[in-house]
Ligand binder design. Structure first.
Ligand code: SF4
Length: 788
């Protein structure tokens, strides 16, 4: 194919159906995925293109131009969903014929209109409901395993929107890589991120298992960067060079890449000489044309167009001379393709299960003599038991492990057992891969405690994989070690939602009465000085306002009224501040808010409403009480009670994150629940919010100057939610209260009340399990604001 034809295709795109495509995302996108003469390529989809894809040929003015082009078929893994109902297609996409691609965090700190890269539409697919905001390591591991098994995916690319943290999102990427490698260890992974603030993070990504890294600068020209990428341009070229250099040291030459766009107004000569310098230092520059994409600021506001064909052609010519690379203008890949030696997956067929059990018998009964006759036990008969097997390319079972809940009612306490590997595969990494896969699978099921009793000689292996020793035990007269896998789900939630508060709010706290009167700091609402008024204020995240405006309106009232309830106050009115780009979105937000106002019988007294601006929503609620209940009123020894409405279900689109019971309740039920704390008058109370039950309990304990322990088996929980989900989700209506032992609890309408722990003198939050063992859920303070 001549350069000019490639340039035309890259700029003008093709007409015709491409079943596999990418319509929006970080950076420039909107491609159809095809094979051209057997090579994968991403070509713009353009209904106005003169090039037409028809029955495997490309026609120009009705004439076949001699290219064999095949659209990529829809992959089988797109038809699957996770156990919690998220379509795999929303977690990762097929790019080209065999690359699995995902954006692990679909939001970006630089997405405000004055900061955003003008060619970027990372949050557009989130707004359209085509993806989810944050992909968890466990979700990605599940999808990657299926894509390898069902569709022969051979590479994976993982990018991320930029986060506010110093690592700019790279640490979450590393966690995701580690989980994927646990189940498909041979799948090569490329990660893409901005230069992390701490270059050690690049080593962390490599240690997690990534084979290559993209640190994308898009332009080497500072003027262009400031114009097109105002937020991202705050990361200097020196930071990029330092990150590329470190990445080449860690990953090796040509395992580091960067995108450079043609057509942003740069000098073509400087672009090519800059690319040559990158090649010199071991960085692979992908030189691609800028593609105008509807929905981006570049198109909607700037009316930017694709670069002129002659500019792209001359850059392609010059670049081809520099590098000898004849793929410029059509993106290629820097990843080395390696076929996996084995994969780990949940056992689905009887033949695999029988092979695993036969291997166990051979090892534990015949070889080691640990059991007489058979090692089959009750766990094998438990329908909840999951078996993971490692199979080679021919499907031969090389090893397996099983995991199952430890209690009749699944409390989120699981154990792994019967890890076995064939003699011939014992040095090939199958054992560690099975252990990692079991950990990833447990976490994906919402497990909060994961144990194993391992033979003493295997302790070192488990320790190397991150397991922690609990103590010596004896099994079948053989020395074993009780160990556990540290699950930090709650700690992660707390640190992502509340941990920055103390630092951020310090200037407010420094003022007289700043952050409220002494004794009320860290409360859900604040007493208005000189009155019996309580005021509470909450905002809804903009992406939720965009995606589900009515629900956002409802929740804006709900979270504020819950705040007043937790203070023992009776609501008298609300004020709102609403912005949206269109009148129809405004109408939908207000509709949700009005429905809530009617349901709780609390009027919206006034506020501020604005159209033609980015979506935003916050509500202030006002209530009255002569005896406000504080979060910081508890003391060591007080009993903790959870009062929660466990009926309802997960809100559509927020599976495992937002429980919705309130939208199904009538006014009488809602107002009864709303007055529960006022009628109980406990020593301390807090409503369970985005930090989840454990995090909110930690905040109450912190304000009270204590720690807390929660009895897992006493926590009221919906049947359809796992314990991991329930104690980390926003539960709709749930109040945690602290009071002296034996103090009465008022009726709570349809909500259930149960004592489920106590305040202690050990900081943080512990979970107490039915066998008396406690595990740390929150190791220290939640907000850092300290005692109220
Ligand atoms: S840094 Fe720019 S390109 Fe990357 S996600 Fe944010 S806005 Fe998009």
């Amino acid at each position: 194919m001549s350069i000019s034809t490639r340039v035309d295709l890259a700029l003008l795109g093709i007409r015709g159906a491409t079943p596999v495509s990418r319509t929006a995302g970080a950076g420039p996108s909107d491609d159809g995925h095809v094979r051209i003469d057997g090579l994968g390529a991403a070509i713009p989809r353009n209904p106005l293109s003169p090039y037409v894809l028809e029955e495997g040929r490309v026609l120009f003015d009705g004439n076949d131009i001699g290219l064999d082009v095949q659209a990529v078929d829809r992959p089988k893994f797109y038809d699957l969903s996770t156990a919690d109902g998220v379509a795999y297609e929303k977690i990762a996409k097929l790019h080209g014929t065999s690359v699995l691609a995902t954006t692990v965090v679909q939001t970006c700190i630089r997405y405000d209109a004055d900061q955003r890269c003008r060619f970027c539409s990372i949050e557009a697919s989130l707004d359209a409901g085509d993806t989810i905001a944050v992909k968890t390591p466990a979700q990605l591991a599940e999808v990657a395993e299926a894509a390898v098994r069902l569709d022969g995916v051979t590479q994976m690319v993982m990018t991320t929107g930029t986060s506010a943290a110093k690592d700019r999102g790279a640490r979450h990427l590393a966690r995701c890589v580690r989980a994927i490698k646990a189940v498909v260890p041979e799948l090569p992974i490329q990660v893409q991120c901005e230069p992390p603030g701490d270059l050690q993070t690049i080593q962390d990504l490599y240690d997690a298992g990534a084979e290559s890294i993209g640190i994308h600068v898009e332009s080497l020209d500072d003027d262009v960067r400031r114009r097109w990428m105002p937020g991202k341009a705050s990361v200097s070229m020196d930071e990029y060079r330092a990150a590329w250099k470190e990445a080449v040291r860690v990953f090796g030459r040509n395992q580091v890449s960067t995108y450079i766009l043609v057509g942003l107004g740069e000098d073509p000569d400087e672009l090519v000489s800059g690319a040559a310098e990158l090649i010199e230092m071991g960085v692979y520059p992908f030189v691609v044309p800028f593609r105008p994409l509807a929905g981006t600021l570049a198109v909607d506001v700037d009316r930017a167009t694709a670069p002129a064909a002659d500019v792209l052609e001359s850059v392609t010519d010059m670049y081809g001379v520099v590098e000898g690379n004849d793929l410029a203008g059509l993106s290629g890949s820097a990843i080395t393709v390696v076929q996996p030696e084995f994969i780990v997956q949940p056992c689905t067929g009887t033949a695999e299960l029988n092979a695993y059990r036969a291997l166990r018998r051979e090892t534990f009964v015949a070889e080691q003599g640990l059991f007489a006759g058979t090692d089959h036990d009750d766990v094998d008969d438990d329908p909840r038991c999951v078996v993971l097997v490692a199979t080679d390319r021919d499907g031969t079972v090389l090893g397996g492990v099983r995991l199952a809940p430890c209690t009749a009612t699944d409390l989120g306490w699981w154990a792994g057992s019967r890890l076995v590997v064939t003699t011939s595969a014992r040095t090939s990494g199958v054992g560690p891969a099975l252990v990692r896969a079991a950990c990833a699978h447990a976490e994906s099921r919402g497990v909060l405690r994961f144990d194993a009793t391992v033979q003493k000689r295997n302790e070192t292996l488990f320790t190397r994989l991150g397991w922690i020793r609990r103590g010596d035990v004896e099994v079948a007269n053989t020395p074993h070690v009780a160990m556990y896998w540290p699950i930090d789900r709650i700690e992660r939630l707390v640190s992502s939602t509340k941990a920055m508060l103390a630092g951020v709010l310090a200037p407010l706290k420094a003022q007289p009465l700043g952050l409220g009167a002494k004794g009320f700091r860290g409360d859900d609402g604040v007493p208005v000085p000189g009155s019996d008024m309580i005021a509470a204020c909450d905002a809804i995240i903009p992406s939720m306002v965009d995606r589900d405006p009515e629900w956002a309106g409802w929740c804006a009232a709900l979270v504020n009224l819950n705040d007043l309830s937790a203070m023992g106050a009776y609501a008298v009115g609300m004020l709102d501040s609403v912005g949206a780009p269109t009148q129809s979105r405004l109408t939908r937000i207000i509709r949700g808010l009005a429905n809530a106002s009617a349901a709780w019988q609390v009027p919206v007294l006034g506020g501020h409403t604005q159209a033609g601006v980015p979506s935003s929503l916050s509500v202030t609620a006002l209530g009255r009480t002569a005896n406000p209940v504080r979060a910081g009123g508890g003391s060591v020894g007080d009993r903790l009670t959870l009062t929660a409405d466990v009926e309802g279900g997960w809100r559509r689109g927020y599976q495992g994150q937002q429980w919705d019971s309130t939208s199904r309740r009538n006014s009488a039920e809602l107002t009864t629940m709303a007055s529960f704390v006022a009628r109980t008058a406990p020593k301390a109370a807090k409503d369970v919010s985005m930090a989840g039950l454990a995090g909110t309990t930690g905040m109450l304990a912190e304000a009270s100057g204590t720690g807390a322990v929660l009895d897992i088996s006493s926590i009221p929980k919906p049947d359809s939610a796992s314990m991991g989900e329930w104690i980390t989700c926003f539960p709709g209506f749930a109040m945690i209260t602290a009071d002296r032992p034996g103090a009465p609890t008022a009726p709570s309408g349809p909500a259930l009340s149960a004592e489920c722990g106590e305040l202690t003198d050990i900081p943080g939050v512990a979970l107490r399990w039915p066998d008396g063992i406690t595990t740390r859920a929150v190791t220290s303070t939640v907000t850092g604001l300290g005692e109220a």
